[in-house]
Design a protein around this ligand. Sequence first.
Ligand SMILES: Cc1ncc(C[n+]2csc(CCOP(=O)(O)OP(=O)(O)O)c2C)c(N)n1
Length: 628
Amino acid sequence: MNFLEAIQSPDDLRKFPPDALPHLAREIREFMIDVVSTTGGHLAPSLGTVELTIALHYAYNTPTDKIVWDVGHQAYTHKILTGRRDRFETLRRYGGISGFPRISESNYDAVSAGHASTSISVALGLARGRDLLGQNHAVVAVIGDGAMSGGLSFEGLNNLGASRTNLTVVLNDNEMSISRNVGALSRYLTRVITDKRYYKIKSEIWDMLGKLPNVGKSIRSLVHGVDDSLKHLLIPGKFFQDLGLRYLGPVDGHDIGAMLEIFNSVKKFSNEPVLVHIITKKGKGYRFAEENATKFHGVGSFSKTTGEIIVPKGKTPSYSEIFGSTLSEIAATRPEVVAITAAMRDGTGLAKFSKEFPDRFFDVGIAESHAVTFAAGLALKGLRPVVALYSTFLQRTFDQILHDVALDGLPVVFCIDRAGLVGDDGPTHHGAFDLSFLRIIPGALIMAPRDEEQFRKMLFTALSYDKGPSFIRYPRGSGTGASLTSPLKALPIGTSEDLVKGENVALLAAGDFVQLALRAREFLVEKGINPAVIDPRFIKPLDEHRFSTLWNEFPFIVTLENNTIEGGFGSALLSLAAESGAKRFPRFLRLGLPDRFIQHGDLPHLLSDLRLDPASLADRIGNFVRGE
Ligand SMILES: Cc1ncc(C[n+]2csc(CCOP(=O)(O)OP(=O)(O)O)c2C)c(N)n1
């Protein structure tokens, strides 16, 4: 019998007897693996939470009760059970359902998500709001052990513990972030799990003591006065208990019955925060994902039978790979170069560096703000830290860059991966803003390479620059396949490069969009327009020398960038032009990402939707020049 087909919403799920649920879990897994093998997606995290999700929707009255998913990459079962099974095959595709919870997609998605460590804070807001409004429903935050290591989670816990409000945090502990989890909290959790059997016995004793009138209470308070290590033996999850949360667990997160028992009893605690610690296996139920959860954390299409990723033929190395190999090359002769990642060792291309220079490599966990301020400390000691972050996660570190790094002109190098549109992950992950928010930082050196070869030179330039922080932003995926044979050499700071001569129109494109500009130019030539193409290379400082004559050479200036046009490269150039005192002020057209959040989908679709594909660009530029 196919149970899954009978479920349109959690109401249908709740009609099943509990003993049917493990069978349902098997069906969901099979369905999920089938679909994700073609769409790609966060398979291993979502395979790990199948039973948890069933248990939550079974025990709680969703959508009145709110489930808040941290990151939201583990919520595929949630999507399948909440009316999106029929559209699951459109997962992450253009026009299809999102890979993350989105309020706009379903009223079962209590909160939109994508970035880590937000769940406790936002769930606490929901809970306190509920209390203030005199409403009565449960709020459950589900957070992984990786996301729990982020600073925002600690801020949330700190406030939650003091709040005495009714909120349940489910800590989904699989000992993994994308790679193996790191840090002291992770070590602590491992100890709790390892000592599980002892804890079970001890906690039974503890509960029993609590039930003994008078005597029990005094023995318990005696225990509070004794040595810490002994307390650890007596009170499981002491860390959370001390923060004011009732700790329950550890529980097997693949045992639906055990979780139902816990959730049903937790629902009765009305005035206290609770933490339920569940243990899961990342990738559960699909051999290849269990064996290599990092590879299957976020995966493209793959063969279901062999687990092999389907790689398009002739793929050139990605920018991340070029970054990793070039950094290793430079670091081989420069012992002061150190690298920092925030839980994205593989994604940022630092795996090679981490193996070659283990002492000079720091994975700080999902802690981007810490990564930046930590780099400031390393720089103060004379080291040359390179912080590799995705553009979207760099957003969290604005104040650390400004206050801890830039203010004192510390030479920290920021390698900003996934800058610009990223595709299937959508609005939470597009790196659409970094040029705009970095450009206003005094003393920042900002570069954007048009290809891999230039990228290598920019990395070398950044590591040769010691007057302040430097930033290189580059896109997701492969470059142009440019030859990588020319020697590493620093570029003169603040210099642009004229790529193609032309007349009447100057097309200035930043970073990877130079390639787009060159292709748009071909269409324009067919229309009888012959634009010059200029690569600014440096977004800050701009090439004031070259650009001072630009305004007289070209009556039409077009800028193009893989960044929001609000405050980006085009705005910088426009300000420069406005203040240049040029007699003949050119007409300006700024092209780039529009001033709105951009949905998910493959890049060709997104670019054509935004009229940023070469043919549409040529049309827009043609109309502009013709004054239409
Ligand atoms: C602020 C931020 N940094 C990095 C990421 C990338 N990221 C997505 S999931 C993940 C690991 C999360 O680990 P955990 O919370 O334990 O969940 P699991 O995948 O193990 O289920 C990371 C680093 C992110 N989404 N947000």
